[in-house]
Design a protein around this ligand. Structure first.
Ligand code: SF4
Length: 444
């Protein structure tokens, strides 16, 4: 029976596919790991270590699983991901034994080989493995934030297991939106997989889809457009399209920032891809809210992006967050107006309710209640099938997250050290105090 088991879920699937590839590249025999979506199968296997990864929104379900795993396997429970990095003390309190802090590719290999050597126990040998938090002799111990400077040294998919997922082609984001965990976990500078590697492994996908914070920023540090690199990537994937694969770009599971939606980027999309829906992050119809959330674009960029997408024959699918901290009825009215306009024009809207996420500057901010007008609007649009998104369900998750963060708040570990804590003392810092707004990406 394998001594290591990995609990695969719908939400951690993509991350684990990439991590397994990294383990394999470093020489770890994947045949020694039971990779399973079935908790029962893992329990029956009685492994010595169980690997786990989850998001803050899943805490309550995961707690139940952790209890079962502890009681019925006695395994060392190792966990990574956004929640573990931002709230390691809380994560350990949930019942996990070791939290991986930061980017996991190298840590996991070091950790598994160390645990194998030391009889699957938490010992001081783990102090030599950077990127961990655990209790040693009752003391909370942190060995440093793990960073993988060049994530492309690890291929995206393992050879020994038939696992596939959309491919992570870029990592990190300079925009630092206050509600988003990505830049604080992966850094402010975008890093990219090289084109030849993307092409080589894209062969394994039938529909080629990619994971990136902003698909149009491929090849750039993040805030500028590198049309030459974007075109080179899309061009290089053409032989695979000719073999019958479809290429989807700037759409599920990634999206694009509105100010990157330009005639030049859309021309590339139309010429080189099979994309029919363009996923655009708008988040609010109120410039004041966009400024407060550090989006660094304006409503006019969203309007232009939607108009351009339609002009190029693409269906814009536009994301909004409602119930933002300090969002007034008037702000919500502006979002409603923009959503209505998008739908009238022929686009789609996806609505999400604000969820305070650990490790972000807005972690301690309170969601705002939805105005009656907003509730009525979203309800009517959802009933008519005109609006997508899980805003209804997210209201309850948001409340639970808020309570959890209030009760167990800890200063998060992050890629760049201290994370701004905008709403502690319920003081809301205006954007004027912390940054500026840019209008459009510079092109190189
Ligand atoms: S929401 Fe998007 S643009 Fe903003 S920080 Fe996150 S990944 Fe970057």
């Amino acid at each position: 029976m394998p001594e290591v088991a990995l609990r695969l879920t719908r939400r951690n699937h993509n991350a684990f596919v990439h991590l397994l590839a990294a383990l394999e590249t470093q020489g770890y025999a994947l045949g020694d790991i039971l990779v399973s979506k079935s908790l029962e199968e893992i329990i029956r296997a009685k492994p010595k270590i169980v690997l786990y990864s989850f998001y803050s929104q899943e805490v309550w379900d995961v707690e139940r699983e952790v209890k079962l795993l502890k009681e019925r396997t006695g395994a060392i429970l190792v966990v990574g991901g956004y929640h573990a990095t931002a709230m390691p003390r809380h994560t350990l309190r949930m019942g996990f034994d070791i939290a991986v802090i930061g980017e996991g590719e190298e840590v996991l290999y070091e950790l598994l080989t160390t645990l194998g050597r030391t009889g699957y126990k938490v010992t001081k040998d783990l102090l030599n493995v950077k990127g961990l938090a655990f209790y040693l002799g009752g003391e909370f111990t942190f060995t440093g934030f793990a960073k993988v400077m060049d994530f492309s040294k690890f291929p995206p998919y393992p050879e020994a297991l038939r696992l596939i997922s959309p491919m992570e082609i870029s990592r990190g984001c300079p925009f630092a939106c206050y509600y988003c965990q990505t830049p604080y976990m992966k850094g402010f500078r975008m890093r990219h997989r090289p084109i030849d590697q993307i092409v080589r492994y894209s062969r394994r996908m039938k529909d080629m889809r990619y994971i990136t914070p902003n698909a149009f920023a491929y090849g750039s540090p993040g805030a500028i457009l590198r049309l030459d690199k974007l075109e080179a990537l899309l061009k290089a994937l053409q032989p695979l399209r000719k073999e019958g694969r479809r290429l989807f770009y700037g759409t599920f599971p990634s999206e694009v920032r509105p100010e990157f939606v330009l005639p030049e980027t859309l021309e590339l999309l139309v010429q080189y891809t099979d994309t029919t829906r363009l996923a655009i992050g708008a988040q609010s119809g109120d410039d004041a809210m966009l400024k407060a959330m550090h989006r660094l674009h304006k409503v006019e960029h969203v309007v232009r992006a939607v108009e351009l997408a339609l002009e190029y024959g693409l269906e814009p699918v536009v994301d909004f967050i409602v119930g933002l901290p300090n969002e007034t009825e008037e702000s919500q009215r502006k979002s409603i107006e923009l959503m209505k306009w998008i739908m009238r024009k022929g686009g789609k809207v996806r609505a999400h309710y604000f969820m305070p996420l650990p490790g972000t500057p807005w972690a301690r901010c309170k969601p705002s209640p939805l105005s009656d007008e907003m509730k009525k609007f979203l309800g009517k649009m959802a009933a008519e099938g005109k609006i997508e998104g899980s805003w209804g369900m997210q209201i309850e998750i948001s409340r639970r997250l808020q309570r959890l963060i209030e009760e167990f708040y800890e200063e998060p570990f992050s890629y760049h050290g201290k994370v701004l804590d905008i709403c502690s003392d319920q003081k809301f810092i205006t954007q004027a105090e912390v940054g500026t707004t840019v209008n459009a990406p510079r092109k190189l």
